[in-house]
Design a protein around this ligand. Structure first.
Ligand code: DMJ
Length: 792
């Protein structure tokens, strides 16, 4: 039976009700029983063995690189040779990380010190000084060159001086690595000559921006522009040349101005000249991740309060709009109530680690747990996965983010669960990624097929975090709590702040508002700045204020942007999750559990109002059957961020036709002629939503419906989302998305009919209004005729 609009709307309400009732049951259960999760403790012996196994992993990969690839940037572990820019076949944009500057060795230097291998460190530093040069006619990524090369050189310089002082070694060293990093910094600077101060994404190491290939350079990502400050501030403070820090602060200031003033969210891609957003999707993963990380860590490293205030503003926004229970789903910065994607990317796995550092432990634990489930399900965390943990993109380049978060969670909690998680990650790498010549990326986690690729972060981050996880801090050669880890896990000492900053005077800015501190966790001014910048673990324990019993939070007062409210709600045993989510909250105490029940009651009331909002975003694909041609039935569909928005009484009506081939990714369609003026259906996959839309438009279709390619998916059980575009404004036909179950209904009707099926694409709320108006008209007619009321 096809669901009518009222049915599906009511069904949606019912699901919400079931969800809320289920939560109430969860709350009720914890009022009577206290459940504990058994954690298998790990013996010191086993932990030490795992540490040694991590060390062996390091040398297996490092020796493979040094013996078969050096001085290349990367090792190709399957062909067991080096990857050189311009020599090895190009992989397109991906190769922008390569500058023929021995990237893997530079990126790895500080790991050698952490492992206590001073001999090899000294040897490697000598090699870098002898071999690495930057005067190449090569275009590189500013972001990657900064985090891997500048960061690697700086960290190695700092540690070389540290060893001179504390280990009585390397007395020959005279700051050559710092000189190299200064030179590289100068080569990156031309990228900052933009009207906004936000750097270009790429620069030519020799020609700066004068390379003709860079003439059209316009777009960069938020993370690309916002992940410069730690390295550039260190560079300025160590060399005494303020230019680097000045430029990096200016870029951060310019980015901050581009936030959406209503939501406090940022997009992911922008135009460096105009400051216009090109992609307004906003999450915590790809394209934006380390921007948030650098706001927080810039505060920790430099002690400048404005970065904490900014971080807090964004953090509140993320927790309000992006975070849904353990999930983190992109929204649009200017329409934050609409999800813009129904999948998450693996880069967001760094977020729990950042939450730990900022003191918000509970959501960190939850998201980490969700990621662990994904990992257990697919062996590795795939590059992208859906809300029901299906694979969206199956690649896995041995990324560090999940292990990084595991490390910080272990340091914060001491919970051996995280050691077990780390063990699982380590053994998985050994079993599925280790090859005779290093560690190979996984091309698809479903097949386990390898790729001829070992990114430099495997040595500089993935294995480093594993080694740290299984090491006792007191056994390490340096006190890691005196350092900030950059996004590439390079170590920058907190003492850098004491070197002073010649670049700007400290000032109170309007955005530096006491409220920003109070609304977030940690929330006490007293904690800052000394304790934050001391041992990291000290500012995690007990730093978050909790709503005290007695001051009950009512659902009407509840604001999802208020971190204290969120925590109070968690403490009542309520986890804010989407329908279908498996996680659950656990009340802190009996009283708080009761408050949770009351809160849920109020939420039921508010839900009615929220449904109205959700309905406004929804699109409809409506049709009438042969049997009842007057009775239109609407199936729910999702909107797109490209193409015209159908509002008010606007709609597009036409015959339904399936694209041939169904994916509609080719130059044209086999049935292009037939598709003219009709509502075309194309299946999701193989190419972007917007390219299908362009093809539909090209063949003259009146509208496009993209149907999902995941069997069994439905808007009744998973959040509807809006399809992302690519920032261009050239699609002029409406485009909507239907999950498989809803489209299945349409396709069944289509197949039953002998005649073509005509559909109407419109806003769901308008459909609802249209139906109500029809009902009212019929009612009036019925009452005028004084006939008994009939079901319509
Ligand atoms: C690393 O180069 C850095 O951690 C960066 O911030 C994100 N991507 C990779 C690892 O996945």
């Amino acid at each position: 039976m096809p669901a009518t609009i009222s049915e599906s709307f009511i069904h949606g309400q019912r699901l919400m009700l079931i969800f809320l009732v289920a939560l109430c049951i969860v709350v009720a259960c914890v009022l009577s029983t206290e459940t504990t999760m058994p954690t298998q403790n790990m013996s010191n012996k086993e932990r030490a063995e795992l540490r040694e196994e991590a060390r062996d992993m390091f040398y297996h990969a490092y020796n493979a690189y040094m013996q078969n690839a050096y001085p290349a940037d990367e090792l190709m572990p399957l062909s067991c040779k080096g990857r050189y820019r311009g020599v090895t076949p190009s992989r397109g944009d991906m190769d922008d990380i390569l500058g023929n500057f021995s990237m893997t060795l530079v990126d790895t230097l500080d790991t050698l010190v952490l492992l206590g291998d001073f001999t090899e460190f000294e040897h490697a530093v000598k090699l870098v000084i002898r071999d690495v040069q930057f005067d190449s006619d090569i275009i590189v990524s500013v972001f990657e060159t900064n985090i891997r090369m500048v960061g690697g050189l700086l960290s190695a310089h700092i540690l070389a001086e540290y060893l001179q002082k504390h280990a009585d070694t390397m007395h020959w060293y005279k700051g050559e690595l710092l000189e190299l990093s200064r030179e590289l910094g100068y080569r990156l600077l031309p990228a900052f000559n933009t009207s906004t101060g936000i750097p270009h994404a790429r620069v030519n190491l020799r020609l700066g921006m004068k390379d003709p290939m860079l003439k059209k350079s316009r777009e960069t990502c938020t993370a690309c522009a916002g992940t410069i400050l730690l390295e550039f501030a260190a560079l300025s403070r160590l060399t005494g040349d303020p230019i680097f820090e000045v430029r990096a602060h200016a870029a951060m200031d310019a980015l901050w101005k581009l936030r959406h003033r209503g939501s406090d969210l940022m997009g992911t891609v922008l135009n460096v000249h105009s400051g216009d957003w090109v992609r307004r999707d906003s999450g915590v993963g790809a394209g934006i991740d380390s921007y948030y990380e650098y706001l927080f860590k810039s505060y920790v490293l430099l002690g400048d309060d404005k970065y904490l205030a900014r971080f807090n503003r964004h953090y509140n926004a993320v927790m309000k709009y992006v975070s849904e229970g353990p999930m983190l789903l992109d929204v649009l910065m200017h329409r934050p109530h609409a999800k813009s994607k129904n999948f998450m990317d693996s880069l967001l796995a760094f977020w729990p680690g950042l939450q730990v550092l900022s003191g918000d432990l509970k959501p960190a634990v939850q998201t980490h747990e969700m990621l662990y489930q994904v990992m257990q399900m697919h062996t590795f965390i795939p590059e992208a996965f859906t809300v029901d943990f299906q694979i969206h993109w199956g690649q896995h380049p041995l990324r560090p983010e999940f292990i990084e978060s595991t490390y910080f969670l272990y340091r914060a909690t001491g919970d051996h669960h995280y050691l077990q998680v780390g063990k699982k990650a380590l053994k998985t790498l050994q079993k599925y990624a280790k090859v005779s010549c290093g560690y190979a990326a996984v091309n698809d986690v479903r097949t386990g097929k390898h790729e001829d690729r070992m990114d430099s972060f495997v040595l500089s981050e993935t294995i480093k975090y594993l080694f740290l996880l299984f090491s006792d801090p007191q056994d390490l050669i340096i006190n890691v709590d005196e350092f900030v880890f950059t996004t590439e896990a390079h170590l920058l000492p907190l003492s850098i702040a004491q070197l002073g900053n010649a670049t700007f005077s400290f000032r109170q800015t309007d955005e530096h508002n006491v409220l920003d501190f109070m609304r977030t966790c940690p929330s006490s001014n007293k904690l800052f700045p000394e304790k934050v910048r001391k041992p990291l673990r000290n500012f995690i324990t007990g730093s978050c204020p909790r709503t005290t019993a007695g001051k009950r939070l009512s659902a009407l007062d509840f604001q999802a942007s208020n971190a204290d409210h969120l925590r109070a709600v968690y403490d009542m045993g309520i986890t804010m999750v989407s329908v279908g989510d498996r996680s659950q909250g656990k009340a802190k105490s009996h009283e708080e559990g009761e408050m949770g029940l009351q809160f849920m009651q109020e939420m039921l009331e508010l839900t009615k109002m929220q449904s109205i909002n959700q309905l406004a975003q929804l699109q409809a694909v409506a049709y009438a059957t042969d049997e009842k041609p007057q009775d239109w039935i609407a199936l729910m569909a999702g909107p797109s961020h490209f193409g015209p928005e159908l509002t008010g009484d606007q709609f597009v009506q036409g015959e339904l036709i399936l694209a041939k081939p169904l994916r509609a990714c080719d130059e044209t369609l086999e049935n292009a002629e037939e598709a003219k003026g009709k509502v075309l259906v194309a299946e999701r996959g193989d190419c972007t939503f917007v390219s299908k839309a362009r093809l539909a438009q090209k063949v003259g279709a009146a509208a496009l419906i993209v149907c999902d390619n995941v069997p069994g998916s439905s808007g009744e059980t998973q959040p509807m989302f809006a399809m992302s575009g690519d920032g261009k404004d050239d699609v002029l036909i409406p485009v909507v998305f239907m999950y498989s179950m809803e489209f299945g209904k349409l396709s069944a009707v289509m197949q039953r009919r002998k005649q073509p099926l005509r559909v109407r694409v419109m806003q769901m709320v308008e459909f609802k209004r249209w139906q109500l108006a029809k009902e009212q008209r019929l009612n009036q007619t019925a009452s005028v005729a004084q006939k008994p009321e009939k079901e319509l």
